[in-house]
Ligand binder design. Structure first.
Ligand code: BGC
Length: 334
C-alpha cells in the first residue's frame, strides 16, 4: 500500500496537493486537499481492467470554474434551506431566495489542512481538517470539521466525519461524488441498476425545497426497493432524479451490467439524495467527455434536506461540546 502526492496548483499562497492512495491490488483512490475532493477511483471490472468510476476534472482551474461539487465535501449543510432562515440567523442566499450547499465559498471551495497520513498493512488513511469561523455564510459557531478517507486492500473507501462547535449551529455535510461504474464516459448511467432501501421520498416544491411531506414510494417511479435499471426508471420519470430518499437500513446498491462493477454504500445517515444529472448538458469536459445528461449519478448520504423547517425530519442542530460523528462506507466489488 502506498501514498504519493503531487503538486496540483495554488490558491493564493495555499498549495493544492493531489494524494494518490494505491492498495496492494493496484486499485487507486485520489483526492485533493481542496474541497477534500475525490478526483478519481480506479477499480477493476470483471475482466480485471482498472478504470476510473467517478467524474473528475484534470485541473484545479476546472474545479474552480465549474462548481458542480464534483467529488467534493459539501457543508456546513448540504441541500437547500428555504429562505436561508434558521432561528434568528440569516444564511447566505445563493440559489434564488434560498440557501444551498452551505452557501458561497463553502466546504467544497476551500483548502483543507492535511493532518495525518497513516499507513497500516491493510488500510491507507488521509485526514482533512477545516475550521469554519463563526458567521461564515451566516452560520453561528466556530466549527471544526475533520474528514477522514480510508482506502483498503478490499477496494473499500470509508468516509468518517467528525465535527465540534463552540456555539449551537447546524451541520449536515455530504460527499458529492458522481459515479459512473462503466469506467467509460462514452457510456451513461442508463445501464446501471440502482437499489435503495427506502420506503419514502421527500416531496419538493417548484424550487426543489422539501415540503415536509414524505411520500410512500409504492407504485411510484421512486420505488427502488428492488434493483431498477436506470433506463427503465427514466422512462417513467423523464425529468430524472434530484430526490431525497429516507433510508430504512442505510444501504444503497449500484451496479453496472456490462463491466460487472458493483458499489455497495452503507451509511449511518438518515437519507440519500439521488442526483441523476438529467439535463446537465454543459460546455465543459470531464473525464475527457463533454458533460452531458446522465453521465454520472451522485449518491449523497446526509440527513434529510431543509430539516430546520420540518419537525418530522431528523434534527441537524449541533450543540457545543458534543462531537458529531458519521460514517459512510463505499465498497467496490464485482
Ligand atoms: C442538488 C441539485 C443540484 C446539484 C448541484 C445536488 O445535490 O440536489 O439540485 O443541482 O447538487 O449543485
Amino acid at each position: 500500500m502506498k501514498i504519493t502526492k503531487r503538486h496540483y496548483g495554488w490558491i493564493e499562497d495555499q498549495e493544492v496537493i493531489e494524494y494518490q492512495l494505491v492498495n496492494d491490488q493496484g486499485a487507486i483512490f485520489k483526492c485533493l486537499n481542496y474541497g477534500a475532493i475525490v478526483t478519481a477511483i480506479s477499480v477493476p471490472d470483471q475482466k480485471g481492467c482498472l478504470e476510473n468510476v467517478v467524474l473528475g476534472f484534470e485541473t484545479l482551474s476546472d474545479y474552480i470554474t465549474y462548481p458542480a461539487y464534483f467529488g467534493a465535501i459539501v457543508g456546513r449543510v448540504a441541500g437547500r434551506i428555504k429562505k436561508g432562515q434558521w432561528l434568528t440567523h440569516q444564511l447566505t442566499l445563493n440559489e434564488n431566495t434560498n440557501h444551498i450547499h452551505g452557501g458561497e465559498s463553502n466546504f467544497s471551495q476551500v483548502v483543507w489542512q492535511t493532518n495525518l497520513i497513516e499507513k497500516t498493512t491493510d488500510e491507507l488513511s488521509i485526514q482533512f481538517t477545516y475550521y469554519s469561523p463563526a458567521g461564515e455564510n451566516g452560520y453561528p459557531g466556530n466549527l471544526s470539521t475533520i474528514v477522514t478517507y480510508l482506502w483498503t486492500n478490499e477496494n473499500t473507501w470509508t468516509m468518517n466525519v467528525e465535527a465540534q462547535t463552540d456555539e449551537q449551529t447546524l451541520f449536515n455535510p455530504t460527499n458529492h461524488t458522481y459515479f459512473n461504474l462503466s469506467g467509460d464516459t462514452n457510456r451513461t448511467i442508463e445501464n446501471h441498476q440502482l437499489q435503495i432501501f427506502s420506503e419514502f421520498y421527500a416531496e419538493t416544491d417548484a424550487e426543489k425545497c422539501p415540503t415536509g411531506q414524505l411520500t410512500p414510494v409504492v407504485n411510484t417511479a421512486y420505488d427502488f426497493r428492488e434493483p431498477v435499471l436506470m433506463q427503465t426508471a427514466f422512462q417513467s420519470n423523464s425529468k430524472g432524479y434530484d430526490t431525497a430518499f429516507k433510508l430504512t437500513k442505510g444501504t444503497v446498491n449500484l451496479n453496472e451490467v456490462e463491466s460487472g462493477r458493483r458499489l455497495e454504500i452503507q451509511t449511518t445517515r438518515e437519507a440519500v439524495i439521488v442526483f441523476s444529472t438529467t439535463g446537465m448538458d454543459e460546455d465543459y469536459y470531464i473525464n475527457g467527455k463533454k458533460m452531458c445528461s446522465h453521465l454520472g449519478i451522485a449518491l449523497e448520504t446526509q440527513e434529510l434536506p431543509d430539516a430546520v423547517n420540518h419537525e418530522n425530519f431528523q434534527s441537524i442542530v449541533l450543540e457545543p461540546n458534543k462531537t458529531y460523528r458519521s460514517q459512510t462506507i463505499y465498497r467496490f466489488f464485482i
